[in-house]
Design a binder for this molecule. Structure first.
Ligand code: FE2
Length: 209
């Protein structure tokens, strides 16, 4: 792997760690998980694998989310992600299909890990990456064994937990899901880009509830 990729990899980890420290300083129920993530990211030094970069149809929304993030507090993470993104592999949950999630869903949904089994480094206990959801899409109720934290990077979307009321979560907001918590996300007129972390068994894909 080239020095250029190593530099970009370090830059996204550094940008994410800065954001985590900011959130930890704010306190709240997610501090424990954020602290674990910060420690884990601090132990990852080098790119150890090449996941064979691949873009999917949803990546056509990338220019818009990067544009939305410009001149916001999320710009450092978005910019670092934009630079490492060409080296990452976008994927989709094998449990999902248009038959299950509605026509056109799969061409408006993708995610990519920079840390984790499909990422540039890391093992099976932590994953970090980005979810991309096109405009006006419902990612319906689903759950998974890993603990999860999202940080919204671009695009205010509605989020809900355990079938409760929808909450509008703007860029910068942290959203926490404990293992097997049922949760859903509904994008608005803008696409959504969200940084995610998984802790636990990150090899077990989410499934609809
Ligand atoms: Fe989730």
């Amino acid at each position: 792997m080239s020095d250029r990729v190593e530099m970009r990899f370090r830059a996204i980890i550094d940008a994410v760690r800065v954001q985590i420290r900011t959130k930890v300083a704010c306190g709240g129920e997610v501090v424990n998980m954020l602290t674990q993530i910060e420690i884990a990211l601090g132990c990852i030094n080098d790119v150890v694998r090449n996941p064979l970069p691949k873009r999917l149809s949803a990546c056509r929304h990338l220019p818009e989310v990067f544009s939305l993030a410009k001149n916001t507090n999320m710009a450092p993470i978005a910019s670092a992600f934009e630079k490492i993104e060409p080296y990452l592999k976008w994927v989709q949950n094998p449990n999902y299909s248009d038959d299950r999630l509605g026509p056109g869903y799969m061409e408006n949904y993708a995610y990519c890990d920079f840390i984790g089994p499909r990422g540039l480094a890391g093992g099976n206990e932590i994953a970090a990456g980005f979810l991309l959801l096109g405009p006006n899409r419902l990612y319906p109720d689903h759950c998974h064994t890993a603990s999860e934290i999202y940080c919204v990077i671009a695009g205010t979307a509605d989020w809900r937990t355990d079938g409760g009321n929808w909450r509008a979560e703007p860029p910068g907001k942290i959203i926490f899901h404990s293992p097997w918590t049922v949760h859903a996300t509904r994008s608005r007129q803008q696409p959504l880009l969200a940084l995610y972390f998984w802790l636990g068994d990150v090899t077990q894909a989410a499934d609809l509830s």
